[in-house]
Write a protein that binds this ligand. Structure first.
Ligand code: ARG
Length: 499
């Protein structure tokens, strides 16, 4: 048997030689170092599916016969039942499963590796497994979006301070704030779906990298495994890990979104804007009064791991020559770290924000803090025909008074601030009631009813659109899941026909 290609060779009938993949170099101090068997537990089930689909195809193409297929497929069932932990030692799960099959049925088991290599095999297994992980993550993101929208709906008119540079900026509503994260998660959904679609392509049949002389049917194995299409060029098929980069990058981007949410909540909890539910908080071992938002600080930190995974992956892949190099084995776990940690962080971050109790009294008191209604007053003047820059100057004068006295400006303060800046007295542009409304945080929010703005009816409109988009996305995730499940049933029934 040659290293990568399982074509029959002169030792095929010799049990001593045929039992183990033709490894001339077994043993030695670097074996454990080179082995991926333990990490490959993650792709154990995927490898069995890939083996089954390959054997079914080889049989349909008359490369192996029905009886041989039946024996191999039966052995694969036994190997599955015994589990990954019962596999013999080997360089990786592919070799170990093949050895386990040969141990059960003898040299005929070696026919399973006809017309393929571990190189196309592992690439197929990673894609097969990653698809499921991406779909699970997508279900989590869709669910999180729904929770955010529901909570936003409940708080469509709860005013709160809005910040830029962590300084009081303009009053907004809690609903507006929460929808801002839902929208980010909607784009995370798009990125994950795109990553799924590019992952869902089959490299199987690429061989070591240079194809095979056997008359294989790559479309058929793709169909049996639920892949949407085949990666045509055999060299590209086995070499590329760009799908890992895209998936890990989508995860790292999602984690970055979550870190911002987590940071907001840490700040808000510190200012008493909300109380984190006990499930997401910890206390101090020494300071009995403390309720710390620890879960959110861990969410914030986990972003570092996801970013690290992406960096590690890209650095591993950089400069790799065509075609297969075993550096690729070291690339894979970076993606698993990201797909495990980020969805867990998502559940915690969104769980924390949607179970928190917003302190409406404090929020209302703070909503107009720092003269955050200033922009609304300038807008009011500009609406009356005063050039915005001039209106800005009027309100900047009032802001200066505010800085000196600490007293939130009244109509009188604004009128005084306008003297010398406007040609005529303030009340010839705007009436007192309108200015007082603009100075009121709730009215200030209501004024900003532009599309996507914080006014309650604008938030309701964004919410309605967001819900439609969420339904579409849920349908997109379900359709992909159904495609995979249909292929699983197909493969199962094809395999059963060899019983
Ligand atoms: N364990 C390897 C991986 O994860 C499988 C392919 C090994 N191929 C080889 N030529 N050594 O990439």
């Amino acid at each position: 048997m040659t290293d990568d290609q399982g074509a029959p060779n002169e030792h095929a009938d010799d049990p001593e030689e045929g039992v183990v993949r033709g490894d001339r170099f077994s043993g030695g101090p670097a074996r454990g170092f080179m082995s991926s068997l333990a990490a490959d537990e993650r792709i154990f089930e995927a490898d069995l599916a890939v083996d089954r689909a390959h054997v079914v195809m080889l049989t349909e193409q008359e490369i192996i016969d029905d009886d041989e297929a039946g024996e191999i497929l039966g052995a694969l069932d036994d190997v599955e039942a015994a589990g990954h932990g019962s596999l013999p030692d080997g360089e990786d799960v592919h070799e170990a499963i093949e050895t386990a099959v040969i141990d059960r049925v003898g040299p005929v088991g070696g026919k399973m590796h006809t017309a393929r290599s571990r190189n196309d095999e592992v690439a197929t297994c990673i894609r097969h497994r990653l698809r499921d992980d991406l779909l699970d993550a997508l279900v989590g993101v869709v669910e999180a979006r729904e929770q955010l929208l529901d909570t936003a709906s409940e708080h469509a008119d709860t005013v709160m301070p809005g910040f830029t540079h962590l300084q009081y900026a303009q009053p907004i509503t809690v609903g507006h704030y929460l929808v801002s994260y839902e929208q980010a998660l909607a784009r995370d959904t798009e990125r994950l779906l795109a990553a799924f679609d590019r992952t869902n392509r089959s490299p199987l049949g690429g061989g070591a990298f240079g194809g095979t002389p056997f008359d294989i049917d790559r479309e058929r194995t793709a169909e049996l495994l639920g892949f949407e299409s085949v990666l045509a060029n055999s060299m590209d098929a086995v070499s590329t890990r760009d799908f890992l980069v895209e998936s890990t990058s989508a995860m790292a981007t999602l984690a970055t979104t979550l870190s911002g949410l987590a940071e907001d909540l840490v700040v808000y909890a510190g200012r008493d804007y909300l109380e984190i539910s006990d499930d997401y908080a910890s206390t101090s071992s020494i300071m009995p009064q403390k309720k710390n938002p620890d879960s959110l600080e861990i969410v914030r930190a986990r972003t570092g791991n996801a970013t690290g995974s992406l960096q590690g992956l890209l650095t591993t892949l950089k400069g790799l020559p065509r075609s297969y190099n075993i550096d690729l084995q070291e690339a894979t776990p970076h993606a698993w770290t990201a797909v495990d940690e980020v969805p867990a962080a998502l559940d915690v971050a969104v769980g924390a924000v949607t179970t928190a109790t917003w302190n409406e009294k404090v929020l209302a008191e703070e909503a107009g803090a720092g003269f955050s209604t200033a922009t609304g007053v300038a807008d009011l003047l500009a609406k009356a025909g005063v050039p915005f820059r001039t209106a800005h100057e009027v309100v900047a004068n009032a802001a200066q008074t505010f800085e000196q006295t600490g007293e939130t400006p009244s109509y009188e303060t604004i009128a005084e601030a306008a003297e010398g800046v406007l040609d005529d007295p303030l009340d010839s542009y705007v009436d007192r009631g309108a200015v007082e409304d603009a100075l009121d945080p709730e009215q200030s929010v209501a004024m900003r009813d532009s599309s996507g703005g914080p006014a309650p009816e604008a938030v309701e409109a964004t919410l309605a659109e967001a819900r439609d988009r969420l339904d579409d996305d849920r349908g997109a995730v379900d359709a992909r899941r159904e495609g995979i499940e249909a292929a699983e049933s197909l493969l199962e029934s094809e395999v059963a026909s060899y019983d």
